[in-house]
Design a protein around this ligand. Sequence first.
Ligand code: PLP
Ligand code: ZN
Length: 386
Amino acid sequence: MFLTHLECPRCRATHPADRQQNLCPCGSPLLARYDLAAVAAAVTPDTIRTRPANLWRYGELLPVEDPANAPTLGEGWTPLTAATRYGRRIGVRRLMVKDEGLLPTGSFKARGAAVGVARARELGVTHVAMPTNGNAGAAWATYAARAGLRSTIAMPLGAPLITRQECLAAGADLRLVDGLISDAGKQIAALLAEDATIFDASTLKEPYRVEGKKTMGLEIVEQLGWRVPDVIIYPTGGGVGLIGIAKAIAELRALGWIGEKHPRLVAVQSSGCAPIVRAFAAGESRAQPWIDAHTVAFGITVPSPIGDELILDAVRASGGTALAVDDDELLRDLRDFAHDEGLLLCPEGAAGLTAARKLHTTGWLSAEDEVVVLNTGAGLKYPDLL
Ligand SMILES: Cc1ncc(COP(=O)(O)O)c(C=O)c1O
Ligand SMILES: [Zn+2]
Protein backbone atom coordinates (compact mmCIF):
# COMPACT_ATOMS: atom_id res chain seq x y z
CA MET A 1 0.00 0.00 0.00
CA PHE A 2 1.28 3.47 -0.90
CA LEU A 3 -0.88 5.43 1.57
CA THR A 4 1.50 7.35 3.85
CA HIS A 5 -0.59 9.64 6.06
CA LEU A 6 -3.61 11.89 6.34
CA GLU A 7 -3.34 15.63 5.82
CA CYS A 8 -5.58 18.48 6.89
CA PRO A 9 -6.20 20.79 3.93
CA ARG A 10 -7.06 23.67 6.30
CA CYS A 11 -4.34 23.72 9.01
CA ARG A 12 -1.87 21.40 7.19
CA ALA A 13 -1.47 19.14 10.24
CA THR A 14 -0.61 15.54 9.41
CA HIS A 15 -2.17 12.53 11.09
CA PRO A 16 -1.29 8.83 11.00
CA ALA A 17 -3.32 6.68 8.62
CA ASP A 18 -2.86 3.41 10.46
CA ARG A 19 -5.69 4.01 12.93
CA GLN A 20 -9.33 5.11 12.86
CA GLN A 21 -9.58 8.85 12.15
CA ASN A 22 -12.40 11.33 11.78
CA LEU A 23 -12.10 15.12 11.43
CA CYS A 24 -8.91 17.09 12.14
CA PRO A 25 -9.09 18.73 15.59
CA CYS A 26 -9.42 22.04 13.67
CA GLY A 27 -12.76 20.80 12.31
CA SER A 28 -11.75 20.15 8.70
CA PRO A 29 -12.07 16.84 6.84
CA LEU A 30 -8.78 14.97 6.33
CA LEU A 31 -7.39 13.84 2.99
CA ALA A 32 -5.37 10.70 2.24
CA ARG A 33 -1.83 11.21 0.94
CA TYR A 34 0.28 8.69 -0.95
CA ASP A 35 3.93 8.24 -1.84
CA LEU A 36 3.30 9.21 -5.45
CA ALA A 37 6.95 8.87 -6.49
CA ALA A 38 6.82 5.24 -5.35
CA VAL A 39 3.50 4.75 -7.17
CA ALA A 40 5.05 6.13 -10.38
CA ALA A 41 7.95 3.71 -9.99
CA ALA A 42 5.65 0.76 -9.31
CA VAL A 43 3.00 1.08 -12.00
CA THR A 44 2.28 2.73 -15.35
CA PRO A 45 -0.91 3.45 -17.30
CA ASP A 46 0.04 0.57 -19.59
CA THR A 47 -0.02 -1.89 -16.68
CA ILE A 48 -3.34 -0.54 -15.44
CA ARG A 49 -4.85 -0.95 -18.90
CA THR A 50 -4.49 -4.74 -18.66
CA ARG A 51 -6.28 -5.07 -15.31
CA PRO A 52 -9.88 -6.16 -14.59
CA ALA A 53 -12.61 -3.59 -15.32
CA ASN A 54 -13.36 -2.45 -11.78
CA LEU A 55 -12.15 0.34 -9.52
CA TRP A 56 -9.55 -1.88 -7.86
CA ARG A 57 -7.45 -1.52 -11.02
CA TYR A 58 -6.25 1.72 -9.34
CA GLY A 59 -5.10 -0.18 -6.24
CA GLU A 60 -1.85 1.80 -5.88
CA LEU A 61 -3.93 4.99 -5.46
CA LEU A 62 -6.35 3.46 -2.96
CA PRO A 63 -6.05 3.31 0.86
CA VAL A 64 -6.45 -0.45 1.12
CA GLU A 65 -3.68 -2.84 2.11
CA ASP A 66 -5.17 -5.88 0.49
CA PRO A 67 -7.54 -5.05 -2.39
CA ALA A 68 -7.89 -8.79 -3.09
CA ASN A 69 -9.61 -9.04 0.29
CA ALA A 70 -11.94 -6.04 -0.20
CA PRO A 71 -15.72 -6.61 0.06
CA THR A 72 -16.26 -6.25 -3.69
CA LEU A 73 -19.49 -6.52 -5.66
CA GLY A 74 -17.85 -5.68 -8.98
CA GLU A 75 -17.95 -1.88 -8.60
CA GLY A 76 -16.40 0.56 -11.05
CA TRP A 77 -15.55 0.96 -14.73
CA THR A 78 -18.94 2.40 -15.70
CA PRO A 79 -19.50 3.42 -19.32
CA LEU A 80 -18.63 6.89 -20.59
CA THR A 81 -21.20 7.24 -23.33
CA ALA A 82 -21.42 9.85 -26.10
CA ALA A 83 -24.80 11.58 -26.08
CA THR A 84 -24.71 12.93 -29.61
CA ARG A 85 -28.40 13.38 -30.33
CA TYR A 86 -29.18 15.12 -27.05
CA GLY A 87 -25.92 17.05 -27.34
CA ARG A 88 -27.08 18.40 -30.68
CA ARG A 89 -30.42 19.37 -29.12
CA ILE A 90 -28.67 21.60 -26.56
CA GLY A 91 -25.79 22.78 -28.75
CA VAL A 92 -23.07 20.86 -26.88
CA ARG A 93 -21.84 18.56 -29.61
CA ARG A 94 -19.21 16.68 -27.61
CA LEU A 95 -21.38 15.70 -24.66
CA MET A 96 -20.76 12.48 -22.75
CA VAL A 97 -22.50 10.90 -19.79
CA LYS A 98 -20.74 8.65 -17.32
CA ASP A 99 -23.46 6.31 -16.14
CA GLU A 100 -23.00 5.51 -12.47
CA GLY A 101 -26.49 3.99 -12.38
CA LEU A 102 -24.95 0.68 -13.41
CA LEU A 103 -23.02 0.24 -10.18
CA PRO A 104 -24.10 -2.15 -7.39
CA THR A 105 -26.94 -0.47 -5.41
CA GLY A 106 -27.61 1.71 -8.47
CA SER A 107 -25.53 4.75 -7.59
CA PHE A 108 -21.97 6.07 -7.46
CA LYS A 109 -22.17 5.73 -3.68
CA ALA A 110 -21.02 2.13 -4.18
CA ARG A 111 -17.51 3.44 -4.93
CA GLY A 112 -17.17 5.30 -1.64
CA ALA A 113 -18.77 2.46 0.29
CA ALA A 114 -16.60 -0.30 -1.22
CA VAL A 115 -13.38 1.57 -0.42
CA GLY A 116 -14.57 3.10 2.88
CA VAL A 117 -15.84 -0.21 4.25
CA ALA A 118 -12.72 -2.07 3.09
CA ARG A 119 -10.46 0.40 4.91
CA ALA A 120 -12.69 0.54 8.00
CA ARG A 121 -12.53 -3.25 8.34
CA GLU A 122 -8.73 -3.20 7.97
CA LEU A 123 -8.61 -0.68 10.84
CA GLY A 124 -10.69 -2.90 13.10
CA VAL A 125 -14.10 -1.24 12.74
CA THR A 126 -17.02 -3.62 13.37
CA HIS A 127 -19.96 -1.21 13.22
CA VAL A 128 -20.43 1.89 11.02
CA ALA A 129 -23.05 4.64 11.40
CA MET A 130 -24.03 7.54 9.17
CA PRO A 131 -26.77 9.95 8.10
CA THR A 132 -27.75 9.77 4.43
CA ASN A 133 -30.06 11.10 1.73
CA GLY A 134 -30.69 7.48 0.80
CA ASN A 135 -28.21 6.20 -1.74
CA ALA A 136 -25.14 6.38 0.47
CA GLY A 137 -26.96 4.57 3.25
CA ALA A 138 -28.08 1.85 0.84
CA ALA A 139 -24.53 1.44 -0.42
CA TRP A 140 -22.88 1.43 3.02
CA ALA A 141 -25.47 -0.99 4.45
CA THR A 142 -24.89 -3.26 1.46
CA TYR A 143 -21.09 -3.19 1.62
CA ALA A 144 -21.13 -3.47 5.40
CA ALA A 145 -23.18 -6.66 5.02
CA ARG A 146 -20.76 -7.91 2.39
CA ALA A 147 -17.84 -7.23 4.75
CA GLY A 148 -19.54 -8.72 7.83
CA LEU A 149 -19.89 -5.34 9.60
CA ARG A 150 -22.94 -3.91 11.34
CA SER A 151 -24.47 -0.66 10.13
CA THR A 152 -26.75 2.02 11.57
CA ILE A 153 -28.25 4.35 8.98
CA ALA A 154 -30.31 7.50 9.69
CA MET A 155 -32.37 8.71 6.73
CA PRO A 156 -35.02 11.38 6.10
CA LEU A 157 -38.55 10.09 5.54
CA GLY A 158 -38.49 11.85 2.18
CA ALA A 159 -35.59 9.79 0.77
CA PRO A 160 -36.40 7.43 -2.14
CA LEU A 161 -38.33 4.48 -0.70
CA ILE A 162 -36.12 1.88 -2.38
CA THR A 163 -33.07 3.10 -0.46
CA ARG A 164 -34.86 2.33 2.84
CA GLN A 165 -35.71 -1.10 1.58
CA GLU A 166 -32.13 -1.72 0.51
CA CYS A 167 -30.91 -0.84 4.02
CA LEU A 168 -33.40 -3.16 5.66
CA ALA A 169 -32.63 -5.97 3.22
CA ALA A 170 -28.94 -5.65 4.11
CA GLY A 171 -29.76 -5.92 7.81
CA ALA A 172 -29.00 -2.32 8.76
CA ASP A 173 -30.39 -0.71 11.89
CA LEU A 174 -32.44 1.93 10.03
CA ARG A 175 -33.59 5.14 11.77
CA LEU A 176 -36.14 7.20 9.84
CA VAL A 177 -36.08 10.91 10.56
CA ASP A 178 -38.84 13.45 9.99
CA GLY A 179 -36.49 16.13 8.65
CA LEU A 180 -33.45 16.62 6.45
CA ILE A 181 -30.02 14.93 6.33
CA SER A 182 -28.81 17.50 8.88
CA ASP A 183 -31.47 16.21 11.33
CA ALA A 184 -30.42 12.63 10.58
CA GLY A 185 -26.87 13.73 11.39
CA LYS A 186 -27.98 14.83 14.87
CA GLN A 187 -29.43 11.35 15.52
CA ILE A 188 -26.16 9.73 14.53
CA ALA A 189 -24.15 12.16 16.68
CA ALA A 190 -26.31 11.24 19.70
CA LEU A 191 -25.79 7.54 19.03
CA LEU A 192 -22.01 7.95 18.70
CA ALA A 193 -21.89 9.86 21.96
CA GLU A 194 -23.48 6.85 23.69
CA ASP A 195 -21.42 4.09 22.10
CA ALA A 196 -17.71 4.58 21.41
CA THR A 197 -17.43 1.24 19.61
CA ILE A 198 -19.40 2.58 16.63
CA PHE A 199 -17.38 4.26 13.87
CA ASP A 200 -18.62 7.59 12.46
CA ALA A 201 -18.76 7.04 8.69
CA SER A 202 -20.57 10.33 7.95
CA THR A 203 -19.70 12.16 4.73
CA LEU A 204 -16.11 13.48 4.91
CA LYS A 205 -15.93 12.73 8.65
CA GLU A 206 -14.09 9.60 7.63
CA PRO A 207 -11.30 10.16 5.13
CA TYR A 208 -11.65 7.20 2.75
CA ARG A 209 -15.04 7.47 1.09
CA VAL A 210 -13.66 10.29 -1.05
CA GLU A 211 -10.87 7.94 -2.18
CA GLY A 212 -13.47 5.57 -3.62
CA LYS A 213 -15.27 8.42 -5.36
CA LYS A 214 -11.94 9.62 -6.74
CA THR A 215 -12.04 6.62 -9.07
CA MET A 216 -14.74 8.41 -11.13
CA GLY A 217 -12.07 10.92 -12.10
CA LEU A 218 -9.43 8.24 -12.71
CA GLU A 219 -11.83 6.35 -14.97
CA ILE A 220 -12.88 9.42 -16.99
CA VAL A 221 -9.22 10.14 -17.71
CA GLU A 222 -8.36 6.55 -18.60
CA GLN A 223 -11.49 6.13 -20.74
CA LEU A 224 -10.51 9.22 -22.75
CA GLY A 225 -7.05 7.71 -23.36
CA TRP A 226 -5.25 9.34 -20.40
CA ARG A 227 -6.37 12.88 -21.03
CA VAL A 228 -8.91 15.19 -19.41
CA PRO A 229 -12.10 16.63 -20.97
CA ASP A 230 -12.69 20.39 -21.06
CA VAL A 231 -15.50 20.34 -18.50
CA ILE A 232 -16.86 17.91 -15.88
CA ILE A 233 -20.36 18.62 -14.50
CA TYR A 234 -21.24 17.15 -11.13
CA PRO A 235 -24.50 17.25 -9.09
CA THR A 236 -23.26 18.51 -5.75
CA GLY A 237 -24.74 17.71 -2.38
CA GLY A 238 -22.02 16.86 0.13
CA GLY A 239 -19.61 17.38 -2.76
CA VAL A 240 -17.55 14.28 -2.10
CA GLY A 241 -17.61 13.22 -5.73
CA LEU A 242 -16.42 16.62 -6.91
CA ILE A 243 -13.67 16.77 -4.30
CA GLY A 244 -12.67 13.24 -5.29
CA ILE A 245 -12.53 14.04 -9.01
CA ALA A 246 -10.35 17.11 -8.31
CA LYS A 247 -8.07 14.94 -6.15
CA ALA A 248 -7.81 12.35 -8.93
CA ILE A 249 -6.73 14.99 -11.43
CA ALA A 250 -4.17 16.41 -9.00
CA GLU A 251 -2.68 12.97 -8.32
CA LEU A 252 -2.55 12.06 -12.03
CA ARG A 253 -0.73 15.33 -12.76
CA ALA A 254 1.73 14.69 -9.94
CA LEU A 255 2.34 11.21 -11.34
CA GLY A 256 3.02 12.72 -14.76
CA TRP A 257 0.33 10.55 -16.33
CA ILE A 258 -1.55 13.55 -17.75
CA GLY A 259 -0.47 17.04 -18.81
CA GLU A 260 -1.07 20.36 -17.09
CA LYS A 261 -4.55 20.93 -18.50
CA HIS A 262 -7.25 20.88 -15.84
CA PRO A 263 -10.93 20.22 -16.59
CA ARG A 264 -13.23 23.06 -15.48
CA LEU A 265 -15.36 21.60 -12.69
CA VAL A 266 -19.01 22.61 -12.50
CA ALA A 267 -20.97 22.14 -9.25
CA VAL A 268 -24.69 21.86 -10.01
CA GLN A 269 -27.26 22.31 -7.28
CA SER A 270 -31.02 22.66 -7.19
CA SER A 271 -32.46 26.16 -6.84
CA GLY A 272 -34.30 24.66 -3.83
CA CYS A 273 -31.00 23.96 -2.04
CA ALA A 274 -27.98 25.84 -3.35
CA PRO A 275 -25.61 26.80 -0.50
CA ILE A 276 -22.50 26.23 -2.64
CA VAL A 277 -23.84 28.23 -5.59
CA ARG A 278 -24.70 31.13 -3.29
CA ALA A 279 -21.25 31.12 -1.67
CA PHE A 280 -19.53 30.80 -5.06
CA ALA A 281 -21.44 33.78 -6.44
CA ALA A 282 -20.67 35.87 -3.35
CA GLY A 283 -16.95 35.02 -3.48
CA GLU A 284 -17.14 33.41 -0.02
CA SER A 285 -14.86 30.58 1.08
CA ARG A 286 -17.51 28.98 3.33
CA ALA A 287 -21.20 28.31 2.66
CA GLN A 288 -24.01 29.41 4.98
CA PRO A 289 -26.73 26.84 5.80
CA TRP A 290 -29.65 26.81 3.35
CA ILE A 291 -33.05 27.25 4.98
CA ASP A 292 -36.13 25.28 3.82
CA ALA A 293 -34.25 23.02 1.43
CA HIS A 294 -36.42 21.21 -1.05
CA THR A 295 -35.92 19.55 -4.48
CA VAL A 296 -36.92 16.45 -6.40
CA ALA A 297 -33.19 15.77 -6.81
CA PHE A 298 -33.17 14.41 -3.30
CA GLY A 299 -29.51 13.30 -3.25
CA ILE A 300 -28.35 16.91 -3.52
CA THR A 301 -30.53 18.23 -0.69
CA VAL A 302 -27.61 19.03 1.62
CA PRO A 303 -28.28 22.37 3.36
CA SER A 304 -24.92 22.61 5.12
CA PRO A 305 -22.14 20.58 3.47
CA ILE A 306 -19.16 19.97 5.74
CA GLY A 307 -16.82 19.99 2.73
CA ASP A 308 -17.89 23.48 1.61
CA GLU A 309 -14.35 24.92 1.61
CA LEU A 310 -12.97 21.98 -0.34
CA ILE A 311 -15.77 22.14 -2.91
CA LEU A 312 -15.44 25.89 -3.43
CA ASP A 313 -11.65 25.62 -3.68
CA ALA A 314 -11.81 22.81 -6.20
CA VAL A 315 -14.33 24.62 -8.41
CA ARG A 316 -12.43 27.93 -8.33
CA ALA A 317 -8.96 26.41 -8.80
CA SER A 318 -10.20 24.58 -11.89
CA GLY A 319 -11.65 27.69 -13.51
CA GLY A 320 -15.08 26.15 -13.11
CA THR A 321 -18.40 27.48 -11.90
CA ALA A 322 -21.42 26.67 -9.75
CA LEU A 323 -25.04 27.04 -10.81
CA ALA A 324 -28.51 26.13 -9.64
CA VAL A 325 -31.28 24.64 -11.75
CA ASP A 326 -35.04 24.37 -11.20
CA ASP A 327 -36.87 21.10 -10.68
CA ASP A 328 -39.17 21.59 -13.67
CA GLU A 329 -36.17 22.20 -15.96
CA LEU A 330 -34.26 19.15 -14.82
CA LEU A 331 -37.35 16.95 -15.16
CA ARG A 332 -37.82 18.16 -18.72
CA ASP A 333 -34.17 17.41 -19.51
CA LEU A 334 -34.49 13.97 -17.90
CA ARG A 335 -37.40 13.22 -20.26
CA ASP A 336 -35.71 14.71 -23.36
CA PHE A 337 -32.54 12.76 -22.67
CA ALA A 338 -34.40 9.45 -22.28
CA HIS A 339 -36.21 10.23 -25.52
CA ASP A 340 -33.04 11.12 -27.44
CA GLU A 341 -30.56 8.66 -25.96
CA GLY A 342 -32.55 5.77 -24.47
CA LEU A 343 -31.03 6.19 -21.04
CA LEU A 344 -33.03 7.03 -17.95
CA LEU A 345 -31.01 9.33 -15.68
CA CYS A 346 -31.59 10.05 -12.01
CA PRO A 347 -32.86 13.59 -11.28
CA GLU A 348 -29.44 14.55 -9.88
CA GLY A 349 -27.78 13.50 -13.15
CA ALA A 350 -30.46 15.30 -15.14
CA ALA A 351 -29.58 18.48 -13.23
CA GLY A 352 -26.17 18.18 -14.90
CA LEU A 353 -27.83 18.18 -18.32
CA THR A 354 -29.78 21.32 -17.45
CA ALA A 355 -26.52 22.90 -16.33
CA ALA A 356 -24.87 22.04 -19.66
CA ARG A 357 -27.82 23.46 -21.57
CA LYS A 358 -27.84 26.70 -19.59
CA LEU A 359 -24.07 27.13 -19.66
CA HIS A 360 -24.17 26.81 -23.43
CA THR A 361 -26.94 29.42 -23.64
CA THR A 362 -24.89 31.91 -21.62
CA GLY A 363 -21.75 31.19 -23.68
CA TRP A 364 -19.80 29.73 -20.76
CA LEU A 365 -19.64 26.45 -22.69
CA SER A 366 -18.58 26.62 -26.31
CA ALA A 367 -19.95 24.32 -29.00
CA GLU A 368 -16.48 22.73 -29.17
CA ASP A 369 -16.09 21.96 -25.47
CA GLU A 370 -15.83 18.30 -24.56
CA VAL A 371 -18.20 17.91 -21.62
CA VAL A 372 -18.71 15.00 -19.22
CA VAL A 373 -21.88 14.90 -17.11
CA LEU A 374 -21.92 12.48 -14.17
CA ASN A 375 -25.18 10.55 -13.96
CA THR A 376 -24.76 9.62 -10.32
CA GLY A 377 -27.55 7.04 -10.12
CA ALA A 378 -30.10 4.92 -11.92
CA GLY A 379 -33.40 6.52 -12.94
CA LEU A 380 -35.02 3.24 -11.91
CA LYS A 381 -34.48 4.14 -8.25
CA TYR A 382 -37.11 6.91 -8.60
CA PRO A 383 -40.27 5.21 -9.92
CA ASP A 384 -42.61 7.67 -8.17
CA LEU A 385 -40.89 10.67 -9.66
CA LEU A 386 -40.99 9.14 -13.12
C1 PLP B 1 -27.87 10.23 -6.91
C2 PLP B 1 -27.01 11.19 -6.13
N1 PLP B 1 -26.33 12.14 -6.79
C3 PLP B 1 -25.54 13.02 -6.15
C4 PLP B 1 -25.42 13.01 -4.78
C5 PLP B 1 -24.51 14.03 -4.12
O1 PLP B 1 -23.32 13.42 -3.74
P1 PLP B 1 -22.07 14.21 -3.16
O2 PLP B 1 -22.10 14.05 -1.69
O3 PLP B 1 -20.87 13.57 -3.76
O4 PLP B 1 -22.19 15.64 -3.57
C6 PLP B 1 -26.10 12.04 -4.04
C7 PLP B 1 -25.99 11.99 -2.57
O5 PLP B 1 -26.78 11.44 -1.86
C8 PLP B 1 -26.92 11.10 -4.73
O6 PLP B 1 -27.59 10.15 -4.08
ZN1 ZN C 1 -6.72 20.82 10.60
